[in-house]
Design a protein around this ligand. Sequence first.
Ligand code: NAD
Length: 548
Amino acid sequence: MEKITATRGTTLRCKGWRQEGILRMLENNLENAELPESLIVYGGTGKAARNWESYRAIVKTLKNLEDDQTMIIQSGKPVAVFQTWTTSPRVLMANSNLVPKWSNWEHFRKLESQGLIMYGQMTAGSWCYIGTQGIIQGTYETFSALAQKHFNSNLKGKIVLTGGLGGMGGAQPLAVTMAGGVCIAVECDEKRLDRRLNAGFCHKKTDDLETALSWAQKAQKKGEALSIGLLGNCATIFPQLLKQGFLPDVVTDQTSAHDELNGYIPAPYYGETIVDADNLREKDPENYKKESMNSMLEHCKAMVEFQKKGSIVFDYGNNLRGQAETAGYTEAFSYPGFVPAYVRPLLAVGRGPFRWLALTGNPEDIIKTDKLVLEMFPDDKILSNWIQLAEEHLPWEGLPARVCWLGYGERERLALAINNMVKEKIIGPVAITRDHLDTGSVASPYRETEGMKDGSDTVADWPLLNALLNTAAGADNVQIHNGGGVGIGLSTHAGMVVVCDGTQETDERIKRVFKTDPGMGVARHADAGYQEAIDVVAKTDLHIPMLD
Ligand code: NAD
């Protein structure tokens, strides 16, 4: 299959930058994909298009799409084009959604094998993936919040044990070393491990546990930042470390535990024996699932034991706890998810991911916007540290991009300033988007909405309203997905994109979308009774009738 890369330069293939920007984002997803030949971008089987036939039809349709038409994508397949308005979205998508009673992997896979549906993860199916930077920043934000809460604001001299070096998980070693700590990341697939090593996200690798421990402890003593990729299986290594009496300061995990068949790899498989796991999956999927669930039980049990002995343990949004509980482990939920533990106070005030891509492919555009961010938000120390560290440590992956976390009001100001730079021809056109992990765009009871103050963890109206509202406000690409992060049936989430083409109309779009999008998050948290959110409402132009 042909290698897809994002088109660079200023020549339009579409009838406007809004369509061209969306097309380049789709191509960029595949340029950064973990398994591009299968259209799999990240997160187990998170895909950009249903199949190659659909991909080609999407590209063709985007090239011909008028400025007042909207293309409809149903689980990675373009199913219709409608006449709408110039101010309407150019693309609307729904990925992986099922009627609640049937919303589970079993039913999903049946439909998938019939070619009727696709798993879109979060930014895979919505074409908003920017390589590992997106998750590095989120991971950096989480580890910074953790360090602030437990360790005097940095991870110097602390060892973090984790698992999984895939599309998302690969960010962990870099985020830990950026915060000054030592990371041991257990990964069972050597190719994935090498990919992170080659990208400079992970310093060293070994398949020997003792070597990994001695490197980690030496670096810990010297207070040096170090990341170690340990080739092995978490379900074997975590219990082994426990048995040896090794106690990491922090323990988490980002193996693709949300999917027991096509994501998680059961013990004892790792390295060369991964092919045996592949064979088992193909020949006897039921047995594979059983082994996978048992391994997740052992993996999660070791994490709970680490917590009992004094490690700080948190779930990193992959549903390991849910799977272990299903496998019969009753203590699985003893440790918290990362959102209630560290991120909720940020989300409550409308703070969340804001990412932008230089659509012409010029890295200078990002350097100029980095400078803009530093000038506009000089008092935000986590933000300015992040921008400096990102410039220092992060390679460009696909179209040059940047991500940072901003709050309500800040996102609108920065988006307007970026569009102005496009207007003044200081930079080329830019697409602004975000992760689905955001303040008002997700219902995910094992992740973003775990332990909500009013018990509304499972209420999925909020992300649906977020998508409807962003459509009404005129975002360029709006999406609704099921199951990102944690697996089918366990979350509903929405995403959006605005393409900055430097026009006055885009200024108007920005003024609406960058209020509605984080504003829904503040409204959602105010409704749940979070005082931080209610305070934001009191200080801003947000109107919440029940608070009048
Ligand atoms: P991925 O499929 O690209 O990578 C998962 C990695 O885990 C693979 O490299 C695989 O070899 C490895 N692995 C699987 N089983 C293992 C085992 N037993 N021991 C050691 N390694 C093992 O997935 P990803 O994109 O990195 O996502 C990881 C998980 O995080 C997924 O469950 C995803 O849904 C979830 N996720 C979290 C967030 C977040 O913000 N926290 C966001 C999106 C996705």
